[in-house]
Design a protein around this ligand. Structure first.
Ligand code: IVH
Length: 678
């Protein structure tokens, strides 16, 4: 058969099945068979490009929307909004209103969803046409795709002759993250933000792609309605009654200062919902007042968009460099032209690993999108391709360690690259910094800068040197007066008493995190026991798996590490872990809060007694608390909370009983003896 004839036939077939699937909900073939038809057509079109037609179902993203979708003229124009970026601009908008209406105004305030505006036309209650905004007058017909979105009803509750609802299609942040993870695994393009992901998912010739993406919808406007409403609040209520999703956060407010508070509140809490917002839309509530206000050439006078400061900005990617961590891990990072975004100036941003750089395809010399949302660490989202200088070469991961020149190597199946040199000075430096850091030996006044300085001056070669510093030489360094030397000394001295788990964390043993270190210290009781133990013995500690056990064992087999341990021992560093309990574990799984002092126990003693019997003794009362023990001078908050939550309150004698038996004595819940707080 001639290719042209087959292409024609395939197009007709695909259109037929599309219609069955989307309009009649009655498909005759499976998705796989459908995909095969599309694939066959695509292949013919690849082989014979002259056979491609404009309306071919094979045409996907990369074409201008007007090539992809049929244009549709909106019944009334879809306008944009004027912006206000500050309270002053909001007030100026308010002032302009006074020329048209009296100042007794109600404002309807809504979140400004960051998605795509759509118009949904329902005739006799059925969704018959969905369109993008386009240029405001003419949009694109995306009906088939919108029919795939779960949150958009195909039918309204009543069947009014004509309703046009407008609103925003968006992708929930959680779905966006998940989609990008999947795209990454498939090696497909990553979306810059939920808005782009929503647009990319909607602007698909194949509605199945839209169907596979989780999109949602909020309606915020009625452009055609069967009833005349009094105000916007009634409009929203009608949309809701008809089964259209309406954002529940909108509020009617009576003054611009209240409006501004609303804007501020949502600016601070902009990430508290599972969808992105970029501002607040402030609308006049009364529809008669809206009529009087009317429109300018491009926007209604009766509404304004209060825009939040952007969390994404473009800036120049000056360079990509590689940093070396304590394990030798080589992490690429972006050196940026400083840019103020999301509340702070961003100069550097991690690029994680080689694959991430390749996937994002960012190149030194690119203009890139930098994103910093709330407390989240800044991120390079991707390049602005339209601004890429011609001939800009892709970035290549260096072959050698920028710190020591040693070989950088990446193992099969791993995403990270490592400096393989055992002598790499940066690794040694970072190991010392880690050892001294918080959560490890927590040595005050021995931060990264000091470590770097001491290493330059050869005062510090490795971790063991920390306890052997030449203070006479340090005295001669500028900036090291008596006070700072004393502080450093006492910081180092104090570190000798840190719990064994901190020491284990500080040694930087691969795979052994803070939790693993705690479990290991508790299970082995002394560092010498760990030094002597076989892999199996280490692995027999509950909570320690074979990977950790092997890594710990291997670490202590190394002669260098053994020597380090001996140096720490002679310096007097604590090797002792928590003692083994010989007591019956009567309280295992229980959480007992102690408040006030008891007669026969100090407060700490009581908590210790609980822990020794396998229980927990946290500092505050919660739903998970099994009982509260009440001593002299208790905390009122704890008692109140215990009463509210109906948690048994025990006196000392009942506590003794509990320790022995593990059974909570009968007391009326939340009302134990002596539970009266003055
Ligand atoms: S009202 C006459 N309300 O913001 C315009 N717009 O330029 C009426 N948007 O792309 C728009 N959330 O899609 C309105 N609650 C909301 C909105 C909202 C997001 C978008 C809209 C348009 C842009 C306004």
């Amino acid at each position: 058969m001639l290719a042209a004839t087959r292409a024609e036939e395939l197009r007709a077939l695909i259109a037929y099945h599309n219609q069955l699937y989307h309009q009649q909900d009655a498909p005759e073939i499976s998705d796989v068979e459908y995909d095969e038809l599309v694939r066959e057509l695509k292949q013919i079109e690849l082989d014979y490009p002259e056979l491609v037609t404009e309306d071919s179902p094979s045409q996907q993203v990369g074409f201008t929307p007007s090539d992809l979708f049929t244009p549709v003229e909106h019944l009334t124009p879809m306008m944009s909004l004027d912006n206000a970026m500050s309270f002053e601009e909001l007030a100026a908008w308010g002032k302009r209103l006074e020329r048209y209406i009296d100042t007794n105004v109600e404002y309807s305030c809504e979140l400004k969803m960051d998605g795509l505006a759509v118009s949904l036309v329902y005739t006799d209650g059925h969704l018959t046409r969905a369109a993008t905004r386009g240029d405001g007058r003419v949009g694109e017909d995306i009906t088939l795709n919108v029919l795939q979105i779960k949150g958009v009803p195909h039918r309204l509750k009543d069947a009014p002759p004509l309703v046009e609802a407008r609103g925003e299609i968006y992708m929930p942040v959680s779905s966006f993250k998940q989609l990008n993870e999947e795209q990454m695994l498939r090696g497909e393009r990553i979306f810059a933000n939920p808005r782009n992901a929503a647009a990319g998912s909607l602007r698909q010739k194949d509605p199945q792609i839209t169907a596979s993406r989780n999109l949602s919808f909020f309606a915020y406007q009625l452009a055609q309605a069967p009833v005349n409403f009094k105000d916007h609040a009634e409009t929203l209520a009608y949309l809701r009654e008809q089964g259209l999703p309406v954002n529940p956060t909108s509020k009617i407010l009576h003054s611009l200062s209240e409006v501004y508070d609303f804007c501020q509140h949502w600016q601070v809490n902009r990430h508290s919902n599972d969808y992105e917002i970029d501002g607040v839309v402030v609308k006049i509530n009364d529809l008669a007042q809206r009529q009087e206000l009317g429109f300018t050439s491009k926007a209604p006078r009766w509404a304004v968009a209060f825009k939040f400061p952007p969390e994404e900005r473009n800036t120049l990617l000056k360079d990509i460099m590689v940093s070396i961590g304590r394990s030798g891990k080589a992490t690429p990072f972006a050196v940026l032209e400083p840019v103020f975004v999301g509340g702070s100036t961003v100069r550097l941003a991690t690029l994680h690993n080689q694959d991430q750089v390749a996937l994002k395809d960012v190149r030194p010399g690119d203009v890139v999108i930098v994103r910093k949302a709330g407390d989240v660490i800044p991120e390079v989202v991707g390049p602005v391709l339209s601004k890429r200088p011609e001939g800009l070469p892709p970035w290549e991961f260096p072959k050698n360690c920028p710190e020591c020149g040693g070989e950088l190597s990446r193992s099969e199946g791993e995403s990270d690259t490592f400096c393989t040199s055992a002598e790499c000075p940066k690794q040694l430096e970072q190991r010392i910094v880690h050892f001294a850091s918080r959560g490890c030996m927590d040595i005050e006044n021995l931060g990264e800068r000091t470590v770097q300085l001491f290493r330059q001056l050869e005062l510090l070669r490795d971790i063991g040197d920390i306890y052997n510093l030449d203070y006479d030489r340090i005295k001669l360094i500028e900036g090291f007066g008596e006070v700072s030397i004393n502080n450093l000394r006492s910081g180092i001295e104090a570190s000798k008493q840190r719990p064994l788990s901190n020491l284990l964390s500080g040694l930087g043993i691969r795979h052994l995190g803070a939790t693993g270190a705690r479990v290991l210290a508790k299970g082995m009781h002394h560092l010498d026991n760990i030094l002597r133990a076989s892999v199996d013995e280490i692995g027999s500690v509950e909570g320690i798996g074979t990977v950790i056990a092997q890594s710990v064992h291997e670490f202590f087999q190394h002669e260098d590490n053994r020597q380090l341990i001996e140096r720490l021992r002679s310096a007097g560093v604590n090797f002792e872990g928590p003692k083994a309990s010989t007591l019956a574990q009567t309280l295992s799984g229980m959480s007992i809060v102690v408040t006030g002092t008891l007669e026969n126990f100090s407060r700490e003693g009581a908590e210790e007694a609980i822990k020794e019997r396998g229980g927990k003794s946290p500092g505050s009362v919660s739903k998970k608390t099994h009982a509260v023990v009440l001593g002299e001078g208790p905390g009122a908050a704890k008692i109140t909370k215990a009463r509210d939550l109906k948690i048994p309150i025990l006196n000392e004698q009942q506590f003794q009983q509990l320790l022995e038996t593990g059974v909570i004595p009968e007391v009326s819940a939340g009302d134990g003896e002596g539970a009266v707080v003055g």
